[in-house]
Ligand binder design. Structure first.
Ligand SMILES: [Zn+2]
Ligand SMILES: [Zn+2]
Length: 510
């Protein structure tokens, strides 16, 4: 089995030591600046196939090797020989997901008889002093590095034995209160990932159905768990059988773990899972308002290096909900778009619409602060408070009606405006939760031949696609965050979100 060998030197002194011991015919040095492109162009092969490296995680590689390690491994994902494209499947990852190849990184120290040893935590500063990356392709591992070792699912950046036994997390008993609970730090089981939470944002549903009072039933029933269903962080330990996530990966977490077997799960829409084991983080299983989160591997979505953890958290529910809505009704640069409700989801709708090329974004929201925020971010061209006269203003501003609209208000008046402002054959998506519908059906729906779609959160695939497109568009969901607070200030954060005048509110953990 041929392998790709990578030698990483992480400090000038260490590099010098490496240069003395590495086999020159097997290696060539490249600068850190060009390493990624060199590696990305590599042809690699393994027992599961061959392909071309398309992604190489610097953070993964940087995080594992150390001066005391003899060998380290990282993973790259490759275009399969069949030409399939990257995708993430909750059910048959080997059927539709890109094969994961293992790249073995040898810190070629030529320590005879020295068994490969893993450094549990990288020395402070190691990640930032990598000065050169050397890599090569070799048919065999250098003898000094021992035999090629299989990637172990037990690999951990943090040895579970090193973790403290308990942590403090946030629970929401209702009545606009926040309480703290000491809980054991979980250990990952099969196909599970222990994530060190770095950002955990607050969703409107947390306020509507949990914080004020426990309104939820069924999928929205809060079961007295650690709250927070918009988490992002770093994988620090893996359970048995993990095949895609590697220790050190930055991930955003799709916020529902479905059964994996029902039709909705097989489509990637775990939000609509019909299985008994369905559980949403922060609703029926512990969520992100704590230092650590136990996640199912399939719900861990790779977070591009260009995006922050706050970006990732914001995509987990509200951003994904917004993206799904505009995809559902096919919004493009051809359309003028009306957004009713400029809470975090409505703001995100406007943001992704800009990414899709929409030049005319109109909006309504009773809150002058939110309208001002949307305008200052350049997300809307005009907005109104939703009172009488707003419909006429929208019709005039759009030349007779918008082609597409999204209601993110959850209010009957917002839904009516979203439909009434459509021109003939217009399309509308409703994502604002709760409330009722009050509109005259014949003149507003049937006779205008409009289509109204209900849309609930998003799919695993579309969440990953959103993160990719945000990089491509150079847009950041983080820009919608108006309030960042530490986990200890969760009570204040919820009070801010409850007032309904802020943009996104996010808890940030160091
Ligand atoms: Zn399911
Ligand atoms: Zn949510």
């Amino acid at each position: 089995m041929s392998i790709v060998e990578i030698i990483l030197a992480c400090s000038a002194g260490f590099l010098k030591a490496l240069q003395l011991t590495m086999c020159p015919r097997r290696t060539r040095e490249v600068s850190a600046a060009s390493a990624a492109s060199d590696v990305n162009d590599s042809n690699v092969s393994s027992s599961v196939g061959s392909g071309v490296v398309w992604k190489w995680s610097n953070s993964q590689i940087d995080s594992n090797p150390s001066a005391s390690a003899a060998c380290a491994t990282s993973t790259v994902r490759c275009h399969a020989a069949s030409g399939s494209i990257p995708a993430y499947s909750p059910v048959q990852p080997w059927g539709t997901m890109i094969p994961t190849f293992t790249m073995h990184l040898f810190l070629c120290r030529h320590r005879r008889n020295a068994a490969p040893r893993w450094k549990r935590t990288p020395p402070q500063g190691l990640l930032h002093v990598a000065c050169k990356v050397s890599w090569s392709c070799a048919r065999e591992a250098p003898a000094s590095c021992g035999s090629v070792r299989a990637v172990s699912s037990r690999d951990a950046l943090l040895d579970p034995a090193d973790l403290p036994g308990t942590m403090r997390g946030v629970v929401l008993p209702g009545g606009r209160t926040v309480e703290w609970r000491d809980v054991p730090i979980p250990r990952p089981g099969p196909r599970q990932v222990l994530v060190r939470v770095r950002a955990s944002s607050i969703c409107g549903s947390d306020i509507r159905a949990i914080y004020r009072e426990h309104l939820g039933r069924g999928a929205e029933a809060y079961q007295d768990v650690i709250a927070g269903h918009e988490p992002a962080g770093e994988a620090v330990a893996l359970g048995e059988g993990c095949r895609r996530v590697r220790v050190g990966d930055r991930v955003a977490i799709y916020h529902i773990a479905g059964c994996g077997m029902c039709d909705e799960c097989r489509r990637g829409y775990m939000i609509g899972c019909h299985g008994e084991s369905r559980a949403a983080y922060g609703w029926q299983r512990d969520g992100g308002h704590a230092p650590y989160l136990l996640a199912e591997e399939v719900t861990c979505i790779p977070l591009p290096d260009e995006l922050s953890f706050v970006d990732g958290a914001s995509a987990a529910c509200s951003g994904g909900t917004a993206y799904e809505a505009v995809l559902r009704i096919g919004v493009s640069g051809r359309d003028a778009l009306l957004v009713t409700g400029l809470g975090p989801v409505g703001l995100a709708v406007a943001l992704v619409a800009r990414g899709l090329g929409v030049r005319r974004v109109l909006a309504s929201d009773p809150s002058p602060e939110r309208r001002q925020l949307a305008a200052s971010l350049g997300l809307v061209d005009a907005s109104w408070d939703g009172s009488e006269g707003t419909l006429d203003a929208v019709l005039e501003a759009s030349g007779g009606g918008v082609e597409a609209s999204v209601d993110a208000s959850g209010a009957a008046a917002g839904r009516r405006l979203a439909v009434a402002a459509l021109r003939d054959w217009g399309r509308c998506a409703w994502v604002g939760e709760g409330g009722t519908v009050e509109l005259p059906v014949s003149p507003l729906v049937i006779h205008k031949q409009v289509a109204i779609h209900g849309s609930w959160v998003t799919s695993l695939e579309h969440m990953a696609e959103l993160l990719d497109r945000l990089v491509r568009w150079d847009l950041r969901l983080e820009s919608l965050v108006t309030d960042r607070l530490p986990l200890d200030a969760a009570g204040e954060a919820y009070a801010i979100a409850d007032r309904g005048a802020a943009g996104k509110v996010c808890l940030v953990l160091d």
